[in-house]
Design a protein around this ligand. Structure first.
Ligand SMILES: Cc1cc2nc3c(=O)[nH]c(=O)nc-3n(C[C@H](O)[C@H](O)[C@H](O)COP(=O)(O)OP(=O)(O)OC[C@H]3O[C@@H](n4cnc5c(N)ncnc54)[C@H](O)[C@@H]3O)c2cc1C
Length: 364
């Protein structure tokens, strides 16, 4: 197998193929780049072969705030990025430094001009930033545990971040990252353009001040910016390139890790289900972006009050069509009537009824 791209998705697949004794050629322009991002996933998404040493911290019941507080009865794991990369060992693979430029099912051409032939090619090249493509942005600080009573916050839409009322909204993400440290991250779920990092940094500092959490000024910073659309589900693609990245949340790592083992074992998910789920998620994203900032907290109250099985179906995996439809239907029924009209209009591409002020639109 030839795997193009050694991010979490491609490296996991390469590793699982090697464990099975398969021959692997992996191609990446920077194959030994050390990953820096803080990756997290719902604990139940992580495959059994990924041992606990790759988990830096786990939160049994993370919290969320819209207008109300919610406890999510689902464990959330924060991965130890260095250990994860090390665990996805590539010993035995042929690793080529280069950029795959032309791919088909059995052949890859690298920018050096070299052509590699194989029984199977997998595209795990991630997504490229492109003008107008919707992105997620975030600005985070890793603080020594402030000893604050604040629980781990999956998503906190409270408005103590000093943002102008009516401006695109961001939320706070607060998770333990191991070693007694906590990541506080102000996050723009998605936008085109997304909120810039300077504004998110300003909002984060404002929030931390409001909550009495001290900042020294020399703490490690996490800067996040990545496209959330542009993948194409299909049998020869994995990870963000293959539509595993949830366009309405930005998550893909759990789904890609889980799928890597299945693909290495020769099981391929049905592409038609994956394509249908991806289209629904794109519609969900359009709907979400059509909401005025003032309606987002109420929307997420309705989401976090859904049965946990429906929340899982909407957030996780990439092929559960029936679960995705059920979750979207139940959410639609649960939101206030005005929000429902806007969601329906955006889902059906009726721009005149959609909110136009946030700059959060999807273009591809
Ligand atoms: C700071 C940060 C935090 C994040 N946190 C989370 C999180 O908690 N949970 C989550 O699920 N997601 C998270 N994400 C999103 C995350 O980046 C993506 O979900 C994930 O990296 C996608 O993995 P991937 O392997 O599909 O693609 P990528 O990580 O983008 O990897 C693609 C690889 O392909 C290589 N490549 C590119 N072009 C070529 C080419 N032409 N030929 C060969 N190789 C090529 C690249 O060098 C790269 O190594 C985060 C992102 C950032 C930036």
């Amino acid at each position: 197998m030839v795997i193009c791209g050694l991010g979490p998705a491609g490296r996991a697949l390469a590793h699982r193929c090697l464990v099975r004794g398969m021959s692997v050629i992996a191609i990446d322009p920077n194959p030994h780049r050390r990953w820096q991002a803080t990756y997290a996933a719902w604990t139940d998404e992580l495959p059994a072969w990924l041992d606990d040493t790759t988990v830096a911290a786990a939160v049994a019941r993370p919290c969320a705030y819209g207008r109300r507080a919610h406890t999510i009865p689902r464990s959330y794991s924060i991965l130890d990025t260095g250990r994860l990369q090390h665990r996805l060992d590539l010993a035995g693979a042929t690793v080529l430094t280069g950029r795959a430029t032309i791919l088909d099912r059995h052949t890859v051409t690298v920018d050096s001009g070299r052509t590699v032939r194989t029984d199977r090619v997998v595209d795990a090249r991630g997504l490229r930033r492109r003008a107008g493509r919707a992105e997620q942005t975030a600005y985070g600080l890793v603080l020594d545990d402030p000893g604050h009573d604040e629980p781990a916050l999956f998503m906190d839409w409270r408005d103590d971040n000093g943002a102008d009322p009516g401006s695109p909204r961001s939320f706070l993400y607060t998770i333990p990252v191991g070693g007694g440290r906590v990541l506080f991250e102000e996050t723009c779920l998605v936008g085109a353009p997304a909120i810039d990092l300077g504004e998110l940094a300003r909002r984060l500092r404002c929030r931390l001040r409001a909550r009495g959490i001290p900042v020294r000024g020399d703490e490690p910073v996490e800067r996040v910016r990545f496209p959330v659309v542009g993948g194409t589900p299909g049998a020869g693609r994995l990870g963000a390139a293959g539509g595993y990245l949830h366009p309405a949340t930005g998550y893909s790592v759990g789904a890609a890790l889980a799928a890597a083992g299945d693909i290495a074992a020769g099981h391929t998910a049905t592409s038609s289900a994956a394509r249908a789920v991806y289209r629904l998620r794109r519609a969900g994203l359009r709907a979400l972006l059509a909401l005025p900032p003032s309606e987002l907290p109420g929307f997420f109250d309705a989401f976090f009050e859904l049965d946990i099985g429906l929340q899982c179906a909407y957030l996780s995996g990439h092929t559960d069509l029936a679960g995705t439809v059920s979750a979207m239907n139940r959410l639609f029924a649960a939101v206030p009537a005005g929000t429902r009209v806007r969601l329906a209009a955006a889902t059906l591409h009726l721009p005149a009824l959609s909110h136009a002020g946030s700059g959060s639109v999807i273009m591809e």
